[in-house]
Write a protein that binds this ligand. Structure first.
Ligand code: CS2
Length: 493
């Protein structure tokens, strides 16, 4: 093969060693996935491919970018939807070519084709990884956020939807109007009770447009919740090189990830589903304990590591846990402050879960950048950290380490590290947050200005004096630098 050849369905035969099995029958599309980012491609797409190998079925995937990222669409389509997963573990790299992705669309350009698929009853699942902000929820009520410009646009122009509530409503309306059974809607984002949260956003939106449609969605459409887990960094040239070295052909859009993966799914799929359990997914009646444990243990410590590292200057998660006091701090945070708030089944060993997380973070091959995790803190702090703080305050228990995590986020919002290095703050509320943080010249003013952001802090929590005091202590300590604060907080009892 020449230097120039790239991954394509015609080069597949030569790549058998990198496919999960040579016995592949091209499936028709049965899943439309909104948010065709790296996470989906290293997670659901791979589970789906394995499931189809174990039990053949038409569960090919059509991936959609909602940001109109035609570059991504074209790069994937130039490779016939093929791409490789570059699994980076402490013992080396494994490259697997994934074939389950059959088509890629970019909204709004490919709207007609997307709605053709939505109307086609062979599409039995519409799944999503659109990040927390993609749900366009009002944080106070959980309904669609009618003040959001995209949501307001979609209400005014329901046939040209651009947001998740608008798109799903229009898609389900097309099904209902054609008198066809609905598809199942499967949220795969890190939101607590993600299925219920999405259902509320969609139904509240539908109620404004067409109450009968809202009632039809409420009674007919399943929104199972899921807990998804795999650490998937952004693609770098090193991943393109690793894929090229393994495959002998170029892959412009490989996905790096850790070896670990987990998927816990509520088993409610009236229109059917791939045999994901054959690929190791856990199908359960109630996903909540798993979802909350993952958000509060993994995602919370990820965010804590990210904000402290952005201040202290650690670039990746493995660099961060390579700093012994920081590792001690998040270990104690999980053991002392987070795990005691979790109600998990007896078979769920929280100490083992914590230790496994610390090992996963230490994976030196992954290079998961703290800057990537630090984005969208306003969306991430409530389910990851504030819910645990609330539970501990309710029980009269100390929250020192959790408060340090929140104060580190506040300090991060100033836009520069302790050594003065500037970095961008990317967040849907960035303007409000950074303005509040930049104008605050004392720990008190910083804490008060940010506690007043009602989209993040519910009023009762913002008024809680125990939280305010703990935040003040942490913000004061952080004035001496994150490294000093980490050292101190690693030692507290
Ligand atoms: C991370 C998650 O970027 C982030 O905020 O905490 O994407 C995390 O890597 C995944 O949830 C792991 O399953």
């Amino acid at each position: 093969m020449t230097e120039k050849s790239t991954l394509s369905r015609t080069s597949l035969d030569a790549l058998e060693a990198h496919c999960l099995s040579p016995a592949w029958r091209e499936p028709d599309i049965g899943i439309v996935h909104l948010g065709i980012g790296n996470f989906h491609r290293a997670h659901e797409a791979l589970y789906t491919e394995e499931a189809m190998l174990a039990r053949p079925g038409d569960w090919g995937i059509c991936g959609v970018t909602l940001q109109g990222d035609v570059g991504k669409r074209d790069a994937l389509m130039a490779q016939d939807g093929l791409y490789s997963v570059v699994e980076r573990g402490p013992r080396g790299v494994r490259v697997t070519v994934v074939r389950a992705l059959r088509e890629v669309l970019a909204m709004p350009f490919d709207r007609a084709r997307l709605f053709e698929l939505f109307a086609d009853e062979r599409v039995r699942i519409v799944s999503l990884t659109v990040t927390e902000k993609g749900y366009c929820r009002d944080p106070q009520t959980g309904d669609a956020d009618f003040a959001h410009p995209g949501v307001a646009h979609d209400l005014a122009h329901p046939d040209e939807p651009s947001t998740v509530p608008g798109i799903l409503c229009a898609a389900l309306k097309a099904r209902r109007d054609a008198d066809k059974p609905p598809f199942t809607v499967l949220s795969c984002d890190n939101l607590s009770h993600n299925g219920d949260a999405l259902r509320q956003a969609v139904c509240s939106f539908a109620r404004k447009l067409d109450p009968a449609l809202a009632a039809w969605i409420e009674t007919r459409v399943a929104f199972p919740s899921t807990m998804v887990d795999r650490i998937v960094p952004a693609t770098t040239d090193a991943d393109r090189e690793a894929a090229h070295a393994a495959l002998g052909v170029r892959d412009e859009v490989p996905v790096p990830c850790e070896p670990f993966r987990q998927w816990v799914i509520e088993d409610r799929f009236p229109a059917g589903r791939p045999a994901w359990e054959t690929a190791g997914a856990q199908l359960v009646d109630d996903v909540a304990p798993f979802e909350i444990a993952k958000l509060r243990m993994l995602n919370a410590t990820h965010s804590t590591l990210a904000y402290l590292s952005m201040l202290a200057g650690f670039e990746t998660i493995s660099d961060a846990v390579g700093h012994a006091p920081l590792k001690m701090l998040i270990d104690a945070m999980m053991t002392r402050e987070i795990a005691p708030t979790l109600a998990v089944p007896a078979s769920f060993d929280l100490a083992a879960y914590r230790d496994a997380l610390l090992d996963r973070y230490a994976n030196p091959a992954l290079k998961h950048r703290c800057e990537q995790i630090a984005i969208d803190g306003s969306q991430k702090m409530p389910p990851r950290i504030l819910s645990t703080i609330q539970a501990r305050l309710d029980a009269g228990q100390p929250i020192e380490r959790l408060a340090l995590a929140v104060a580190a986020w506040f300090a991060f919002l100033r836009g520069h590290a302790d050594d003065g290095t500037r970095y961008p703050v990317s967040d849907p509320l960035a303007e409000r947050l950074t303005e509040a943080a930049e104008h605050a010249d004392t720990p008190e003013s910083l804490v008060d200005a940010l506690l007043a952001v009602g989209d993040v802090f519910p009023a009762a929590l913002a008024r809680n004096p125990v939280l305010r005091d703990a935040l003040l202590r942490a913000a004061t300590k952080l004035q001496h630098g994150a490294l000093t604060a980490i050292d101190d907080y690693a030692r507290i009892d």
